[in-house]
Design a protein. Sequence first.
Length: 450
Amino acid sequence: MAVASMIHSLSLIFTITLVLIFFFTVNPPSAARRSLVAIASCSNESSNGLLNYHCLFPQSSTLSIPTLILFLLLHFYILITTAQRHFSLVTTKLASHLSLSPSMAAVTLLSLGNGAPDVFASLAALRAGHYRTGLAAILSAGTFVSALVVGFVAIYAAPFAVDPAPFVRDLLFYLTAAFFLFYVYLSAEIFLWQAIGFVAFYFFFVAFVFYMDFGLPNRSVNTSADLEGHVQPDSDVKPSGSRDGDKRASGLRAAFRLISKTWELPVSTLLRLTIPQPAPSQWNRFYASANVALCPLALFVFWISTTAGELVNCLEAIGTLLKLPPALLGLTVLAWGNSVGDLVADVAVAKAGHPAMAMAGCFAGPMFNMLVGLGSALVIQTANIYPSAYKLNFHVGIVIAFVFLLSSLMGSLLVITWCRFRVPRFWGFCLVGIYVAFMAASLVIAMFSG
């Protein structure tokens, strides 16, 4: 009880500190001491969100860079926590109650739950006029999953067999979507009908998955309850030996946990007030009453869309301060932040003895992000200027991202099919090498092309 009281007290202090920082950074008391250059650069930057990140300590880059990094980590935490610990669990429970097969749940509710950060980040990037950041993040996240995640799954669990029909289906649809997007990008413009075609193609894919499941009853024996463990794990789920490890934890680890709880308590409290808790062990009468009053679905959309917008604005400010191109930030920070959970979750599923299940989630999810996330953002942009086309400026880094994404997908299709749908370990090392080469090429291009 004493520890809990201390955590709540520290949380209150931390929240008040954040409010004070917010007040003094938006309306700093020492404005008169700013240099004329800092005032000019800050006033020329318009804010598209809650904060103008260009004006956080403009007189001191030593303070502004760490502050922006802290804000970036906070935005990632809120975005991923909202999607994984709340919305993903709700969609998984809903899929279980609807008795959807694993394939049907994976391409509908689970893709929506796990892909929500990428979808809203893409929408925020295009809404702010940074389409290259959103496109680079989608492509890099796709390469991250199809190369690095699949590679580590193969390294840890190979050799193992995959179900031929769903494997070929998912890869062929993903390849078709990537080739179509690549063609549109090389044409340097996109029309409304093409943007609608991206979203429609994913709905066609979903219909095809449903047709395969209903047409082949033997594939629908398992329900989506088997997938509940495939959603990225909640922090409350611990391995059996973790309690003994906690008892032997050092004072440093205990202090770290205290700081972590203090950091996340203000955010988690707001999330629990606005989004329902599907786990019975987390149910609370006060929070449940607040959920009914505050319309949780609308507030979920508010939380994740607002945070995604702030995340993109924060990335833009960091890029401006460090003179980094927006495409590079999308290829690295934004893609890693939204995809590292896939790496941890899928490798854990593979090490637990379900590598085929881990592999199955590596293609439908990124395809959802590309077709629905990027597609819906492009629909909004092209609809605003209809009947004119939305212009896409050429950038060699985007082309390189397309090349490596297509290479990893085609390589997996050819190699695994050649091996009679058994994943060999050597191909896992090859995929990791492909991703390392992709990042090296992206960094070189960013250094010399700007």
